[in-house]
Ligand binder design. Structure first.
Ligand code: GDG
Length: 478
């Protein structure tokens, strides 16, 4: 019997229809990677419960057991809202200045990691392969090792890894970042993220090995690698073709009355550069009056983490800015910026990407950014739209035929928008075709297979070491 895959992430995208509108890259990626695999997906149910059940709640669908636990109010505040989202998220997105650290939150973070290990421990079989996801669970392997689990354990960081100077602004950073050395494999979105982590560890006494990159600390060896996350390219392309003819997308097309459509899709998050982008659109309309009334910018921005003050502040700022632009340039029969604070279904989203002439994907910092890849996958090869992409999205390392911009320079973003809107068909195809081919080859299955086979290799190596040690023990003993 082949071994099971145990995926662990903060939230689990359980297979109920209520999850259809989930906006979040990790859920989208892991859901796709779990398809056709046998195993367990373990994590938080999303429910707060001060008297949680002893056992995880398990629901089976196809060949996967979805196992979830509830968290207490204190867990939720300290681990999730606190250390994960008020401290680690900003730090890893190069915004050390935004962290709101407290010791209580760090204690809560460690406590929930212990709780995850305790509950997960009961489900683990000796031949399972364990794949842990994201910054919420960095110390999990150390906790599992302490409970005697020698299984192969890999970790993937979906968000960027900031350079050492910024990571070191986290009080007691060694306790959290150093814990990554208890994994067999630590994967990052890009080589830059991987190298940042290696540079963080080496001055602290870790030995660096190359080809493949490894680090050794206290006798433990961890492989480091870049595994750029992909999407379900072929399936998403099919979905977008089908969805173009849905009622909702048809209605949007009619409402444009022949105007060009520019699209932005982001969780409402300060890392996504939404304000900078809207400022650039303001500049574009100001500098190019000939485009007024001829273009509509549709910004779809589901709320996220609304308990955190930075997220409330950015919502207010964006809303004010949208009102200002629509007031300044709008006409009785033309609203330049349509701003929506709710999620759409994935199907409608796919159709809207295909309908759009341009996508503005301009995060200030992003691990990968799946929206950029989804937009490219959704285009009609015969008449593709143009992607304007931030150089600070991990995706820019792969989607290099996009119009690459620095999101901080509104002049450059406005100029790229104009170039995109006016780009001849032949150039649009020349840019789109190789990016689409790349995404078809390096899709989500490729990502999962590459990561898991690298994890398998680490085991092979240490398995070999163990056998060698075993041999030694026998001959010594004899
Ligand atoms: C993290 C990292 C990394 C968005 N709005 C709606 C909706 N979405 C979907 C998108 C996309 C996903 O959510 C967002 O993924 P991103 O990659 O853009 O961003 P994060 O959520 O920050 O994801 C990121 C990712 O993990 C994966 O490793 O790329 O860098 O930050 O799939 O389509 N989906 C629906 N309605 C919406 O309104 N249904």
């Amino acid at each position: 019997m082949s071994s099971r895959l145990i995926v662990v992430s903060n939230r689990v995208a359980a297979p109920d229809p209520g999850n259809r509108h989930t906006a979040g890259g990790l859920a989208v990626a892991v859901k796709a990677a779990m398809r056709n695999r046998t195993g367990v997906w373990f994590g938080w149910s999303g429910k707060i419960n001060d008297d949680p059940a002893e056992e995880p709640l398990v629901q089976r669908c196809n060949k996967v057991d979805y196992a979830v636990i509830d968290l207490s109010e204190a867990d939720f505040q300290e681990y999730y809202n606190g250390l994960a989202n008020r401290v680690l998220w900003p730090i890893l997105h190069y915004r050390g200045d935004l962290q709101e650290y407290s010791r209580a939150d760090q204690t809560g973070y460690m406590r929930v990691n212990r709780l995850f290990a305790e509950k997960l421990s009961e489900l683990i079989r000796d031949d399972d392969v364990i794949w842990v996801h994201d910054y919420h669970l960095m110390p999990l392997a150390r906790e599992l090792r302490a409970r005697g689990h020698g299984n192969p354990i890999g970790f993937f960081l979906h968000i960027p890894c900031a350079p050492p100077d910024i990571v070191q602004t986290l009080p007691h950073h060694e306790d959290i970042f150093g814990a990554l050395t208890y994994y067999d494999l630590v994967g990052f979105q890009t080589e830059r993220d991987r190298d940042n982590f290696a540079h963080y560890l080496t001055p602290m006494g870790a030995t660096l090995g190359r080809n493949p990159m490894t680090i050794s600390v206290d006798g433990r060896q961890t492989r480091l690698g870049a595994f750029p996350v992909g999407i379900e390219t072929a399936a998403f392309a099919r979905l977008s073709r089908f969805s173009m003819h849905s009622r909702c997308v048809e209605d949007v097309r009619e409402s444009l009355q022949g105007r060009k459509l520019v699209i932005g899709v982001d969780r409402l998050d300060y890392s996504k550069g939404i304000l900078h982008r809207i400022n650039a659109f303001d500049r574009f309309l100001d500098e190019h009056p000939e485009w007024r009334s001829k273009v509509v910018f549709l910004q779809i921005t589901p709320r996220s983490r609304s308990d955190i003050k930075e997220y409330i502040a950015i919502e207010d700022e964006v809303t004010a800015m949208v009102g200002k632009i629509n007031g300044r340039y709008g006409e009785a029969d033309w609203t330049p910026l349509r701003y929506i604070n709710r999620p759409y279904s994935r199907t409608v989203l796919a159709g809207l990407y295909r309908l759009a002439d341009v996508a503005l994907v301009t995060p200030l910092r992003d691990g990968m950014n799946l929206v950029a890849k989804e937009f490219v996958a959704a285009q009609d090869r015969a008449d593709p739209g143009v992607l304007v992409l931030s150089e600070f999205a991990g995706a820019s390392a792969e989607l290099d035929r996009a119009l690459i911009v620095n999101p901080h320079e509104s002049e450059a973003v406005a100029a790229a928008l104009k170039q995109a809107l006016e780009m001849p068909l032949e150039e649009r195809q020349r840019r789109h075709d190789p990016m689409m081919d790349h995404l078809l080859e390096y899709d989500i299955d490729h990502w999962a297979e590459e990561f898991l086979s690298a994890l398998g290799e680490t085991r092979h190596r240490s398995g070999l070491l163990e056998s060698l040690r075993g041999l030694f023990a026998v001959s010594l003993g004899g």
